[in-house]
Design a protein around this ligand. Structure first.
Ligand code: NAP
Length: 310
């Protein structure tokens, strides 16, 4: 295969929908499938066609997937009755963007290779608004020749593509990234709580951090959530707990102590226990405040996430 002409997409959640939309806008002939059919509507409005089963995408040259967990990836790819890789026809290339374990990814790769399908791991950094702003980063691994083939498509998803080697290397790098995300967020919500106890506004603290060497695209785009308590979900604590568990499983397998990460995992669990499972993981702020006996209210401040859509 030297040219990609048709593309499929499985999974149109918070990430999948804006990512698939980018491919349509980049001019690709895209067909999509989502378990909950209604979520395909905005992507169809952007110009994608919609199929009613995973296997409806089997004749596409390339199929992307963006589902929640390792078990979900295995289901959409390997289910004996409905899986993409277990039917009569298979696509030429499968690119999975979900954050999943090395083991699951390797299991899917083994079946893909048996069926003559090139399988490529391409997990991502950034939320749905980051995608719409064109600022998503992709880390990818797999066969180098496949990388050269799919690079233009993956590049259409965001602003940077980092190739980290063969096999499942990208799975590890993505999991490591989310361990930093969790610990950094916990650190931020602790100092914001300390600020509250001292009468210093969250807006002031975040403005200084965002302008300092400690600031990042992440601290900037989380600022409205942290200052104005906007917890509309971009990424849930349930998915973050999944990534902490994936990272800690690797740590245990390799005998690497990760004390701060372990503690953060339990804090994310407590956010879920506090009833924030379906809210944004920035609700870790409310847990930190509650632990200090403080109740927060929105500062109703004019702050920006720095993510203007392209
Ligand atoms: P989400 O909004 O919960 O969407 C999950 C998607 O997976 C939905 O389309 C869902 O279908 C589908 N799905 C889940 N289980 C399935 C199954 N068994 N069979 C078929 N479809 C299934 O999650 P998300 O935030 O988009 O995250 C997707 C992946 O990206 C996760 O691995 C996450 O860790 C990773 N990620 C997320 C972010 C972020 O900021 N949100 C950033 C980087 C990476 P339904 O609509 O039917 O439920």
């Amino acid at each position: 295969m030297t040219e990609i002409s048709t593309v499929g997409w499985i999974g149109l959640g918070n990430m999948g929908a804006p990512l698939a939309t980018r491919l349509v806008k980049a001019g690709y002939d895209l067909a999509v499938w989502n378990r909950t059919a209604a979520k395909a509507e905005p992507v169809a409005d952007a110009g994608a066609s919609v199929v009613d089963s995973v296997r409806g995408l089997a004749s596409r040259d390339v199929v992307f997937s963006m589902v929640s967990t390792s078990a979900d990836l295995e289901q959409v790819m390997l289910d004996p009755d409905t899986g993409l890789l277990t039917g009569d026809a298979v696509p030429q290339v499968v690119i999975d963007c979900s954050t999943v374990s090395v083991e699951s990814s390797a299991a899917v790769r083994a079946v893909a290779e048996e069926r003559g399908v090139r399988y490529f791991a391409a997990p991502v950094s950034g939320n749905g608004k980051v995608v719409a702003a064109g600022k998503l980063s992709v880390v990818c691994s797999g066969d180098k020749e496949t990388f050269e083939l799919v690079k233009p498509m993956i590049s259409a998803l965001g602003r940077s593509v980092t190739y980290v080697g063969e096999g499942e290397a990208a799975r590890l790098v993505k999991i490591f990234h989310n361990l930093v995300l969790a610990v950094y967020t916990q650190s931020l919500v602790e100092i914001l709580t300390l600020g509250e106890a001292n009468g210093v506004s969250r807006q002031a603290i975040m403005e200084f951090i965002n302008n300092s060497v400690m600031g990042s695209m992440f601290s900037q785009y989380k600022t409205p959530a942290l200052v104005n308590l906007d917890f509309h979900p971009t990424f849930t604590p349930v998915l973050l707990r999944k990534d902490l568990d994936l990272g800690l499983a690797e740590a245990r397998r390799n005998g690497v102590p990760m004390p701060i990460t372990s503690m953060t995992r339990e804090i994310v669990q407590s956010a879920i226990g506090h009833g924030f499972a379906k809210d944004d993981f920035a609700t870790m702020l409310l847990v930190a405040a509650a632990n200090a006996g403080l109740e927060l209210s929105s500062e109703n401040a004019d702050v920006t996430d720095g993510l203007d859509p392209e």
